[in-house]
Design a protein around this ligand. Structure first.
Ligand SMILES: NC(=O)c1ccc[n+]([C@@H]2O[C@H](COP(=O)([O-])OP(=O)(O)OC[C@H]3O[C@@H](n4cnc5c(N)ncnc54)[C@H](OP(=O)(O)O)[C@@H]3O)[C@@H](O)[C@H]2O)c1
Length: 243
């Protein structure tokens, strides 16, 4: 059987880590990109090795052009073809509109939107070398329904959402491009009990999502959805359809 390769960005913790684990369990050799969370990816590497599953860790800072180029180069050095490319790395920062300066705005767009754009561009030869390539962007339900005090974040995720649709059109018929839009999945660590309760009250399923809820949706798009492209799956407990 031909070896299948998947690159997951931000794979050292939380949603990215669980997505890397889910794709490895489906038989993909994983390239786990990290920035600071190397320990999480190394632990997963050891866990998978016990079952003879392979994971390679590559580190780069996706806020810079050299960092984005380094991830492309490291991936090319490892894999002859890329079957799945999951753009999960992202930053999420609360900041009232009037406080967002140019540096903060540029950094948000660089990590959340430009890195997926240019890393995919750099990896096109590898994607084209795959029999059935698929790209998945991790967006956010807030890409279409903004929340106050996250203007630069929601702009970046709206760009990523449109990149999903633009590339689904332009890279068809060979490459499929879809998105998973989480709602509240694993609260940010600094959310207090009162904030958590406020969020949960607005979710029809009355719970936060788990990392595996997102990972399962990604794995479906990658491995089980050959006629699906340009789509967004909200993994949000119904939050985006409730008033
Ligand atoms: N959790 C949610 O409820 C939720 C909701 C909506 C959307 N999302 C989206 O889902 C994705 C994962 O969410 P999460 O909660 O797991 O995020 P998280 O815990 O904040 O992790 C962010 C990831 O992005 C990576 N990253 C941050 N800055 C980076 C940089 N400069 N260069 C390279 N990588 C960088 C981090 O890598 P290191 O740790 O290695 O530094 C980390 O793996 C994100 O795109 C997020 O916007 C999450």
């Amino acid at each position: 059987m031909t070896q299948k390769w998947a690159l997951v960005t931000g794979a050292g913790k939380r949603l990215g880590l669980e997505t890397a684990r889910a794709l490895a369990r489906r038989g993909y050799t994983i390239i786990a990109h990290v920035n600071g969370s190397r320990a999480g990816a190394e632990a997963l590497k050891h866990e998978l090795a016990a079952d003879a599953l392979a994971l390679h860790v590559v580190a780069s800072d996706l806020s810079t052009e050299p960092g984005q180029d380094a991830l492309v180069a490291a991936t090319k050095a490892l894999a002859p073809a890329l079957d799945a490319l999951v753009h999960n790395a992202g930053i999420f920062e609360r900041a009232p509109f009037e406080t967002i300066d140019r540096a903060a705005y540029a950094r948000m767009q660089a990590i959340n939107a430009e890195a997926p754009f240019f890393v995919t561009q750099g990896l096109l030869p590898l994607l084209r070398a795959s029999h059935s390539p698929c790209i998945v962007h991790i967006t956010d339900i807030a890409a279409e329904r903004p929340i106050a005090a996250y203007a630069h974040y929601t702009v970046s995720k709206a760009a990523l959402l449109m990149l999903t649709r633009a590339l689904a059109v332009e890279l068809a018929p060979h490459i499929r491009v879809n998105a998973v839009a989480p709602g509240t999945v694993l609260f940010p660590e600094d959310f207090d009990a009162e904030t958590r309760a406020r969020f949960l009250a607005r979710i029809p399923l009355r719970r936060e999502g788990s990392a595996s809820d997102v990972a399962s949706a990604v794995a479906y798009l990658v491995a089980d959805a050959p006629f699906v492209t340009g789509q967004v799956i909200a993994v949000d407990g119904g939050r985006s359809i409730a008033l």
